[in-house]
Write a protein that binds this ligand. Structure first.
Ligand SMILES: NC(=O)c1ccc[n+]([C@@H]2O[C@H](COP(=O)([O-])OP(=O)(O)OC[C@H]3O[C@@H](n4cnc5c(N)ncnc54)[C@H](O)[C@@H]3O)[C@@H](O)[C@H]2O)c1
Length: 343
């Protein structure tokens, strides 16, 4: 503990000119090895090698994400047999997932990831009929899952209840929920924001998240399913984005983070876990609008990794949170943003 008897010692340090006057290290004090000795063992056999150091450093600049159409591959049951206990915890063999906003973008990509780790059924809930249907078709064709599409608007509590009952009746269970449906209104100054627009955004991003979570939780509680929920919030729930003005969106995502924490505590007694993912700027249709082109350059410049997130950059975190590999995590908010919020 720091006490007054330390003060003379600090005073003597303060008078030590070298200690305070020269904040940069003299060259002779810099430790800079010419090589790194590495000792490795394979089948008990020792081998060693010296790695020369000649590069001044890594180039942190990675090109922006490209629009690659991802394909999901099925996890064959025979592949499960050889998995180590740690890898086994990353699988969802025989489980059933609901993904809102799963028609496209981050939701669809996370649905593909769940398919790749063994879910037997996926229900996509989206308000866009065409993309929703196409998503379910692809999941079924590519990964062999029993995929269903529900044309549901997440503002519509009655439609959600009906869909969730049907999902539960059809599959007999719901184990995982990913709430990815959401909208963003950018570049609207707060003083000009229409009342109806503000209410609508909060209704989709916040109320919609709650209504779906509530309907799914009721089924999980009834069936005694120790389920997992993942809410897609945003780094905008913890920071204010620059340069675009988007007070409604930022507010909605802060609410999603707080909703995550609140529901996590309430539903822990049923074994239901609720966590949030807060992405940074991602390269999805949400951001692929010409009016955002100039701002996108600023976002990339302000991201230490110098790129937007790719559409599948959330996948493995979503799998972690959906599976027993994160069994002791609930009410947490996982920021995944290429380092944006560090600066
Ligand atoms: N793209 C980003 O940079 C970014 C960053 C942080 C957070 N997020 C969040 O991630 C989530 C997914 O974003 P995305 O980039 O994949 O967007 P996206 O627009 O590509 O996909 C969103 C999907 O949600 C659906 N949807 C929208 N409103 C709905 C409603 N009322 N009812 C049902 N479905 C509805 C859309 O039809 C669409 O298929 C959103 O919640 C978004 O706020 C995105």
């Amino acid at each position: 503990m720091f006490t007054s008897r330390h003060i003379p010692r600090l005073a003597s340090l303060a008078t030590n000119a070298r200690f305070f006057r020269n904040p940069t290290c003299p060259k002779a004090d810099v430790i800079r090895a010419k090589e790194v000795p590495v000792v490795s063992f394979k089948d008990g056999e020792r081998a060693s090698v010296d790695l020369p150091i000649d590069s001044p450093g890594l180039d942190p600049v990675i090109p922006p994400g490209v629009d690659v159409k991802q394909v999901a591959y099925p996890l064959a049951p025979s592949n499960l047999k050889g998995l180590t206990p740690t890898l086994k915890k990353f699988t969802l063999h025989g489980k059933v997932a609901v993904v809102t906003g799963g028609g496209r973008g981050l939701g669809f990509n996370m649905a593909q990831a769940l398919a790749e780790v063994g879910v037997k059924g996926i229900a996509i809930m989206d308000r866009q009929q065409d993309v929703g249907e196409a998503a379910a078709k692809e999941l079924s064709e590519q990964a062999g899952v029993d995929a269903r599409f529900y044309a549901v608007d997440v503002r519509d509590g009655a439609a959600i209840d009906q869909a969730v009952h049907d999902i539960s009746d059809h599959f007999g269970q719901i184990d995982v929920l990913i709430n990815s449906a959401g909208i963003a209104d950018s570049n609207i100054k707060a003083e000009n924001y229409g009342h109806g627009m503000f209410r609508n955004l909060i209704d989709i991003n916040v109320t919609g998240t709650f209504l779906v979570a509530q309907a799914v939780a009721r089924q999980m509680i009834k069936n005694k399913t120790r389920g997992t929920m993942i809410f897609i919030a945003s780094m905008s729930g913890s920071i204010v984005n620059y340069p675009q003005e988007q007070s409604a969106y930022n507010t909605s995502k802060a609410a999603v983070v707080q909703l995550t924490k609140s529901l996590a505590t309430e539903w822990a007694r049923y074994g239901i876990r609720v966590n949030a993912i807060s992405p940074g700027y991602m390269d999805t249709a949400l951001n692929r609008v010409p009016t955002l082109d100039a701002q996108k350059k600023i976002w990339i410049e302000n991201t230490p990794q110098k790129r937007l997130g790719a559409v599948d950059d959330l996948n493995n975190l979503a799998v972690f949170l959906a599976t027993d590999s994160s069994a002791f995590s609930t009410g947490s908010n996982y920021v995944i943003d290429g380092g944006y919020t560090l600066w």
